[in-house]
Design a protein around this ligand. Structure first.
Ligand SMILES: [Zn+2]
Length: 229
């Protein structure tokens, strides 16, 4: 996508946050210099949102709507900031050689994404597991990987798969399992399905696919309540 310097500062800030650990310096100086995240752009999104407001019978000039086209533009660039995340910066040498081959599980990872069919949010939690083959990734990176793919236009199935394939690719583990549970506003707000309906998707690779014992160990962990829940 666009080069890092092209990004409006409010989007750059989100990208930096996904790519870097809290306390790492990257991006902060740049943000201070650019100042409060003024919105750059050619006005085309603003014009399109303005037109939508007219088409649905609204008055885009009434007080509450005057800033809406600009806010909507800003919001969409933030919610799709994941396109600009550089996976190399995200990983940033946080892959370590270890002699450990038990399952690693990170669960209850909250995520928010946008359904590509309606541009409405879907959100829920992800559980990510893998069995290392001599290499592990820093634990704090896993929620960032989820966020890198969630902050895009998505379908839940693909989001789930992309997280699994990323780990497969980078770690070459013995197996990967990802389960995501989410509520889709396009389904619940439009009344086509029952409110509260949750969609579950999974992607299993390697041992998680081929070995029943591994898959059930993973699912048993997921069924267990978190201590704080
Ligand atoms: Zn949808």
């Amino acid at each position: 996508m666009s080069s890092p310097t092209d990004l409006p500062s409010h989007v750059r800030a989100i990208v930096d946050e996904i790519e870097t650990e809290i306390g790492e310096a990257s991006g902060f100086e740049e943000r201070v210099i650019e100042g409060g995240g003024a919105h750059e752009g050619n006005g085309r999104v603003e014009a399109a949102v303005h037109q939508i407001l007219i088409e649905i019978g609204e008055d885009p000039d009434r007080q509450g709507l005057q800033g809406t086209p600009e806010r909507v533009h800003r919001m969409y660039t933030e919610l799709t900031a994941g396109y600009h995340v550089d996976p190399e910066r995200l990983i940033n040498r946080a892959i370590f050689d270890v002699d450990y081959s038990e399952m690693v599980i990170v669960k209850d990872i909250p995520f928010y994404s946008l359904c590509e069919h309606h541009l409405l949010p879907f959100f829920g939690t992800a559980a990510v597991a893998y069995i290392p083959r001599g290499r592990v990734i820093g634990l704090s990176k896993i929620p960032r990987i989820v966020e890198m793919y969630a902050r895009r236009l998505q379908v839940q199935e693909r989001l789930t798969q992309q997280v699994a394939e990323f780990l497969q690719d980078r770690l070459q583990p013995q197996g990967v399992g990802v389960v995501m549970e989410a509520t889709h506003l396009c389904a619940v707000m439009r009344g086509v399905r029952k409110p509260g309906m949750v969609m579950t998707t999974s992607s299993v690779l390697g041992l998680f696919r081929t070995r029943d014992r591994t898959r059930s160990e993973f699912l048993d962990h997921l069924a267990r309540r978190s201590p704080e829940a």
